[in-house]
Design a protein around this ligand. Structure first.
Ligand code: NAD
Length: 323
């Protein structure tokens, strides 16, 4: 039976595993890190501690971060020695099914009966990976975003066999790390990557069709609806715009790109029922029209501060000028 998580291990100390280890160590948890060899784990811990010092000096990590990383991060000799005594293990090896399965089997064999194991897979269904562990009740997907310390979201993906205690223990852990933990269904890519990859696919089609360069797509996305997405998801944005407006726009999109981009049935159903979003109080979300001014005030404040932040930072250094 999983208990409170007070000691953790990360297997695979690369980009994501390193960030997860840093974040959990900064949340006050002793964290052992394992990689392909003891030397690779040591190099990783050294890099994470040095990076922590640099980030603290630039005000990106909180005061005392370097000391916490020195105190809490430990390079392990092997996967088995990292996992020994850990209440929670994060698997963050490369996205290769065989490798994940073999690594999860090793972690599971070394883990105690109470140890919860979370895979950081980007897109492999958790039910598929669960076949590799001996206690599926203690196994789930715990999908962090990159860079782990800064991006708030962590998707929690239980399978039908994951115990409520294991889910609860991970949620408590993520609360300590100040993360926004959201339970999502077990399907390839979960919520974040299914959407992110759908966007990437459509963006790539524009480039392949010669309609836009990658620079043009990126500039428009990050300054248009991507700007809003920092505060509102696609459903809030649609509700605020008006679902009837969306349905009308879909007519042009469908006639150009076919049924692949036809108005979704769920959208047409809402419009048919007169649920048009904020202006009627009911859309995909429930929004009280009486609160319209309050919502507009929130939106305007958020956008004004984000606009100022973007102006202060300037464009990313790789963004070339568009013709
Ligand atoms: N990079 C991202 O933006 C991102 C975001 C979210 C999730 N993920 C997922 O996180 C996982 C890790 O991705 P990453 O980007 O950190 O990869 P990475 O290549 O940076 O790191 C993987 C680490 O695992 C180690 N490793 C490889 N084989 C191992 C083994 N047998 N035993 C122990 N360690 C081993 C490697 O040496 C490396 O340090 C993947 O499943 C990936 O899909 C990545």
């Amino acid at each position: 039976m999983p208990t409170e998580i007070t000691k953790v291990a990360v297997v695979g100390g690369g980009y994501m595993g390193g960030g997860i280890a840093q974040t959990l160590a900064l949340a006050g948890l002793p964290c052992a890190l394992a990689d392909v060899t003891a030397e690779a784990a040591q190099n990783s811990v050294r890099r994470l501690v040095e990076e922590g010092k640099d980030y603290e000096s630039r005000g990106l990590f909180p005061e005392g971060a370097h000391d916490l990383l020195v105190a809490n991060l430990r390079a392990a000799e092997s996967i088995e020695s990292a996992v020994e005594g850990a209440d929670y293990v994060s698997e963050a090896v490369p996205e290769i099914l065989d490798l994940k399965q073999a690594t999860l089997a090793r972690i599971s064999n070394a883990a105690g009966p109470h140890t919860v194991i979370g895979s950081n897979t980007s897109a492999i269904p958790i039910g598929t990976l669960a076949e590799s562990v001996t206690r599926p009740q203690n196994f789930l997907g715990v999908h962090w975003m990159n860079p782990s310390f800064f991006v708030p979201s962590v998707e929690i993906i239980p399978t039908e066999n994951t115990s409520p205690e294991a889910i609860g223990a991970v949620e408590e852990l993520l609360k300590k790390a100040c993360k926004v933990a959201t339970r999502v269904a077990d399907s390839a890519g979960f919520v974040a990557n299914r959407l992110q990859y759908a966007l990437f696919k459509e963006a790539s089609s524009m480039v392949e069709e010669g309609l836009a360069t990658p620079e043009v797509v990126d500039e428009v996305v990050s300054n248009a609806f991507g700007f809003r997405l920092a505060f509102f998801g696609p459903f809030a944005i649609a509700d605020i715009a008006g679902l009837d407006v969306y349905e009308n726009s879909f007519r042009s999109i469908e006639s150009a790109y076919g049924s692949r981009l036809a108005a979704p049935e769920v959208l047409k159903g809402k419009v048919a029922e007169g649920h048009l979003g904020l202006k009627t109080g009911q859309g995909f979300l429930t929004m009280d029209p009486a609160a319209a001014q309050e919502i507009a005030n929130y939106r305007d404040r958020a956008y004004s501060e984000l606009k100022a932040l973007k102006e202060r930072l300037g464009p990313p250094p790789f963004l070339s000028k568009n013709a």
